[in-house]
Design a protein around this ligand. Structure first.
Ligand SMILES: [Zn+2]
Length: 235
């Protein structure tokens, strides 16, 4: 899962923010500190549009505004900046935002608004997917704290852990029937649940090194889960 999905998400995320320095991400205050130069509505020039309501529409002319580059996914999705999030609330927020920005609702609007709705909609999708899955949520949260785990990082994995992964991979390669695959799948799922609990505690204690270690392990197991999925749906 990590290898392509979250990777693609983060790449997309990086592209979108290419114009914005990474450090602006963390500080939700960046915009207010930048102060008086609050963006004006692109259409009617009315000031301070993004500060009001959802910050999506100009309060004067109701034109859809560009996404706020200083806003991170947690803020966009109305979640606390913590690993433990309320996924029901996340889902509601996702639906609420999509009801506001989905391109289907802009087919009769100007080209600029059509493009802005595409941008918002993609952003909301990425934010939702990233925050929904524990692994991508944890990696994103670490990233907001300035810690990255480049793909392929072995990060001082202990031999015992690497051995465990190797054994699971071998077992999976040898699995001949669905029951055998499902047994491996449930073992891996239990592991991921256990890691999710641990990483949640690490974040609660602001122990980012620990969180990094556990997330790296989760990524290994996530790769195994991808292999299981492939094996279950032969081409
Ligand atoms: Zn306006």
């Amino acid at each position: 899962m990590w290898s392509w999905r979250a990777g693609a998400l983060l790449r997309g995320w990086g592209r979108r923010l290419a114009g914005a320095p990474g450090r602006r991400l963390l500080s939700c205050n960046a915009a207010s500190q930048a102060g008086s130069s609050a963006p004006r509505c692109w259409k009617c020039g009315s000031p301070g549009a993004p500060a009001r309501g959802h910050g999506l529409f100009c309060p004067q002319c109701r034109a859809l505004q560009p996404p706020d580059p200083t806003r991170d996914y947690f803020s966009l999705m109305d979640c606390n900046h913590s690993f433990r999030i309320d996924t029901i609330k996340l889902q509601n927020r996702y639906q609420q935002l999509q009801r506001l920005v989905h391109p289907d609702f802009f087919s009769q609007r100007s080209q600029i608004e059509k493009e802005l709705s595409e941008k918002h909609s993609t952003l909301v999708n990425d934010a939702y997917k990233t925050l929904l899955a524990p692994l991508s949520r944890g990696l994103y949260l670490l990233r907001l704290h300035g810690i990255e785990i480049p793909e392929g990082t072995h990060y001082e994995m202990d031999d015992q852990f690497l051995m465990e992964i190797m054994e699971i991979n071998e077992k999976l390669a040898e699995a001949q029937n669905e029951a055998a695959i499902e047994e491996i799948e449930s073992t891996v799922r239990a592991k991921q649940n256990e890691f999710t609990e641990h990483v949640s505690k690490a974040f609660e204690q602001d122990d980012f090194e620990k969180a990094k270690e556990i997330l790296t392990k989760m990524r290994y197991f996530s790769n195994v889960q991808e292999k299981i999925k492939l094996k279950k749906t032969p081409l």
